[in-house]
Design a protein around this ligand. Sequence first.
Ligand code: 2NL
Length: 360
Amino acid sequence: MTRPGSNLPPGMDPIATLDRAIADAPEAVASAASLEDLEGVESRLLGKDSEVGQVRRSMGQLADDLKPKVGAKLNEATGRIQRILEQRRTELEEADEQRRLREESIDVTLESIAFPIGNIHLVQQTIDEICDIFVGLGYQVVGGPEAELAYYNFDALNTPATHPSRWEQDTMYLDWGAPEDEVLLRTHTSPVQARWMETHDPPVYVVVPGRCYRKDTIDATHLPVFYQIEGLVVDENIQFSDLKGTLLHFAREFFGAQSEVRLRPHFFPFTEPSAELDVSCFNCDGGEPGCRVCGGKGWLELLGCGMVDPFVLETAGYDPSKVSGFAFGMGPERVAMARHGIDSLRHFIENDVRFLSQFR
Ligand code: 2NL
């Protein structure tokens, strides 16, 4: 059957070999459980050292009369085995894809993990909003130390050593530095303005938000740690009408355009004249006997204010015959309580999320 030199093993019948290869292929291919297996099977069935491969390599040495028949069989065997392999490859690829779809799929209907996101504290929101209104009028927002010298907290603001607010029962003094320095926790933010005037010439247009301290026991209307926002204007020819117009604008921005204001005479050591400013009730506009916001009074107490005392200007190094100014101070907690009908300052420090999250 083969000539000497043929590389078919002796006695090997190429036609029978190829028929057997065709017959054996389906089972061999079916045994491949993965695409990797299938590559091994392909090389065993059609590779150089496979029986089909050996027939292929021996073609040149075949007797001429055998060549067409063996050649045709070889093509047939190669084609059929390739088709069987191809069919299995498709099956395995499909199975692979199905497995990946199964393993990698996500159930988009599952509830996600909700990460709780907090919100800015109502007091800080109020401070930001108030400052924004004055920034809109060209004011600068400035700050300063909470641990302060008695000089800036009291003396520079026309509050003499004999004034009751300086007593140890009202102010928290720090055991720090030389005793004559009298270091304390500021009781208002005014010392920041006193420092500002010392280092800046007029015109001055500033708002000063910040934390303040007084020796008070916590109740619905007092906190030992609280906030203040003060404003200070010093310029040429500043008059009481400038104060009233500015604060009316503020009241209308903060409580609504229907707001009216009224001034009641008052006393502060650092302003003369001084006044308290009320804003008309945004809820009842003064007309409802038992109004839940103003209690029927028609007015909400908003802030204290006045024309800067000439002594304060002089202490800062200004000339009261050339410049004048007005100042005001308010408690953002009080302002927020008035606006939102909050009944106790305690809510601001208890950090109960049920309270805090109402003001997103
Ligand atoms: C209030 C009253 C007020 C001021 C604060 C001030 C500051 C300087 C000069 C003059 Cl540097 N005045 N501040 C003036 C009037 C009132 O606050 O009841 N605050 C809650």
